[in-house]
Write a protein that binds this ligand. Structure first.
Ligand SMILES: Cc1cc2nc3c(=O)[nH]c(=O)nc-3n(C[C@H](O)[C@H](O)[C@H](O)COP(=O)(O)OP(=O)(O)OC[C@H]3O[C@@H](n4cnc5c(N)ncnc54)[C@H](O)[C@@H]3O)c2cc1C
Length: 380
């Protein structure tokens, strides 16, 4: 067992940290307030290779391991969780999904543009009546020979308006239930494809979340991912890895809030001394640090499992469940350490507290993670 990061890992982590501090920190409060998508910053993330980290170099990807990806996700999330969700969706759902299951033609046409940030991707599974219960797909993709006709509505889509390419899950044959579901690559601008209004959100307000409408959208057959009926498996496999990215996002939000709270506690004085000298505050910091380290171990173990080609369904679900809980607990305490200053925008911790909540909801709620975990541990 070796807990040491390689020099390359440290280099990637430091590059992400540097990028977050110099490019994402300026304006992060304003972007959150105005719900402004970090377009310029995302473009730079693409140029620096943060949008296709694990994808094959043959298609412009970084060919890096999952450990590198979670290290970068943590650093970006410490500063700007809105930027990190864009990064997470593009890397672990869209690029990974296409790289692993796409045809050579799909990779050439789509993946090679997504890995560099020239184009941005979105992953469209959720619907008004299909969230946790993703099998209840109402969106239909009817087979018309050389193409499919897509109809329906998708909800809550991250990068909803800023994406160019959309991986859309839809029901082709209802009788076959989840085995009749397919996944398709849909391009923005195709006739009948409309982006709905932007959601007004509690947190990750810089990311653009939209509903999408498909009205008789013609999708060429070559844009189906995998064999007929592979769509549900595609979505589940992709989300299983995606959860490791969201776990890393949660870890970063927690670590960012902890670092701010620690620094603040060394400067702020009350009763003639820095507040870190009051045991109540010192113990809060001790608890925060311990829970973050425990979550980090779970996140790293899940990433390691994935890199070692081991099954990571269980470790990924545990990492997301725990890291998202830690993100909530730590950010609430970070606000407390800041006192009144914790409640206003310029100290950043209130934003991190609002951002933390989403990590318990998307890519499988905490309750769904517990279903995955309990099924896995009760299986044998
Ligand atoms: C900001 C944001 C971004 C998102 N981005 C995307 C995206 O890019 N692509 C995408 O496809 N989706 C996205 N989602 C959707 C997200 O994945 C869903 O919101 C999530 O899966 C929960 O589904 P739901 O909202 O329908 O809640 P529901 O499924 O209705 O759940 C409501 C509550 O019931 C609980 N529950 C449901 N079933 C069970 C059960 N069997 N046992 C115990 N408890 C249960 C849930 O845990 C939850 O607490 C996003 C959501 C948000 C808010």
């Amino acid at each position: 067992m070796d807990f040491k990061l390689t020099e390359e890992h440290i280099m990637i982590r430091d590059a992400a940290r540097d990028f977050a501090r110099t490019e994402l920190l300026p304006g992060v409060i304003e972007r959150d307030e105005k719900q402004e998508f970090p377009a310029e910053q995302v473009k730079k993330m693409g140029e620096l290779g943060f949008l296709g980290m694990m994808a094959s170099p043959e298609y412009g990807g970084g060919g890096m391991d999952t450990i590198s990806y979670v290290l970068a996700m943590e650093e970006i999330s410490k500063i700007d969780a809105s930027a990190s969700v864009v990064m997470s969706v593009n890397n672990s759902l869209v690029c990974w999904g296409l790289d692993t299951y796409g045809s050579p033609e799909q990779k050439e046409k789509y993946l090679s543009k997504l890995t560099t940030g020239e184009k941005l991707g979105a992953f469209c599974l959720s619907e008004p009546e299909a969230g946790s219960d993703a099998t209840s797909q109402k969106t239909t993709a009817i087979d018309k020979g050389d193409h499919y006709i897509l109809n329906g509505t998708k909800n809550w889509i991250t990068n909803g308006n800023s994406a160019d390419f959309y991986l859309v899950i839809a029901q082709t044959d209802r009788e076959k239930k989840h085995k009749g579901i397919n996944a398709f690559i849909v391009e923005k601008g195709w006739e009948g494809f409309e982006v709905g209004p932007k959601e007004q959100k509690l947190g990750i307000r810089g990311s653009d979340t939209h509903s999408l409408n498909f009205n008789d959208v013609k999708v060429p057959k070559e844009n189906r991912i995998g064999e007929d009926g592979f769509g549900f498996k595609f979505a589940m496999k992709t989300l299983s890895g995606g959860r490791i990215g969201i776990a890393a996002q949660a870890l970063g939000i927690a670590a960012g809030a902890y670092e701010l709270a620690k620094d603040y506690s060394k400067q702020r004085k009350a009763f003639g001394t820095e507040i870190c000298n009051h045991q109540a505050i010192a113990f809060k910091l001790a608890d925060m640090h311990t829970s973050i380290e425990a979550a980090r171990h779970l996140v790293m173990k899940a990433a390691w499992d994935k890199d070692q080609k081991q099954n990571y369904d269980l470790s990924g679900a545990m990492a997301k469940l725990e890291a998202s809980k830690v993100a909530m607990d730590v950010t609430v305490e970070a606000v407390q350490v800041h006192g009144g200053n914790g409640y206003v925008k310029e100290y950043h911790v209130e934003r991190l507290m609002r951002d933390a909540k989403i990590t318990q909801i998307y890519e499988g709620t905490s309750e769904i993670q517990k279903i995955v975990i309990s099924r896995s541990i009760l299986k044998d």
